[in-house]
Design a protein around this ligand. Structure first.
Ligand code: MN
Length: 228
């Protein structure tokens, strides 16, 4: 047994529907601009160009149902996303075999300090302060593939206080889930516990304290998250 110089940080464990055991998080990859209509609203080309990814931290994933409005920002945006949880991984995974590595799917939010992200973009700097802040990725319980199968189409929506803000269909993803897994595995060694946030449809916008965000994906139910 390794002994540590001080108390080791806990492994983040996410609840799984139908199981007492939790999903241990290893890494969090997020794809940018994966729905054409969202690429356009952000001022970018919607064509299928090579994908790009950024990362959040494992402990940014938060199943609590509350999102604390983060410091140092006055423009925090919601991005409703389908999260893909891996049970295994490797390098150079083929598109054909990629889904064999998926453990399950969950509703998630890629919360973004848009003002800080925008400043970093202008300077050509990394996005972490806009993306990888505390509790920046609210996430619902994981639905295992054994219960829900694989999701390649179906409506994805986000409401704020009951008003529809984001709407799309999973089939509009520019890079499909198996393609994302395969692509990432060319650059990183993937492993069980890795999480991929698969991008957001059009309609991203600001939230304020007191708002209730509700994400829905067909087949996965709904997740409510209150901004506090
Ligand atoms: Mn996103």
């Amino acid at each position: 047994m390794t002994s540590f110089a001080f108390r080791q940080p806990p492994v983040v464990g996410l609840p799984v529907v139908g199981l007492e055991t939790r999903f241990p998080v290893r890494r969090v990859y997020c794809i940018g601009r994966n729905y054409a209509a969202h690429a356009i609203e952000m001022g970018h080309n919607p064509d299928r160009e090579p994908p790009f990814f950024f990362q959040k931290n494992p402990d940014n994933l938060d199943p609590s149902g509350e999102f604390p409005y983060p410091p140092r920002s006055s423009d925090v945006h919601h991005e409703a996303e389908l999260a893909v949880m891996l049970k295994s991984g490797g390098s150079d995974i083929s598109v054909e075999s990629a889904l064999d590595h998926v453990f399950g799917y969950a509703l998630s939010l890629d919360m973004t300090r848009r003002d800080l992200q925008g400043g970093q973009k202008k300077l050509g700097r990394p996005w972490e302060i806009g993306k990888a802040f505390e509790r920046s990725a609210p996430v619902g319980p994981i639905h295992p593939v054994s219960l829900v199968g694989h999701l390649s189409s179906g409506r994805i929506t986000l409401k704020v206080d009951g008003e529809l803000r984001q709407e799309g269909d999973l089939k509009q993803m520019i890079w499909k889930v198996p393609e994302m897994i395969s692509y990432l595995s060319e650059y990183f060694e993937l492993a069980g516990g890795d999480v991929i946030l698969s991008g957001t449809p059009a309609g991203v916008d600001s939230v304020d304290r007191g708002n209730v965000m509700e994400v829905e994906v067909a087949g996965l139910g709904a997740m409510k998250v209150k901004v506090v």
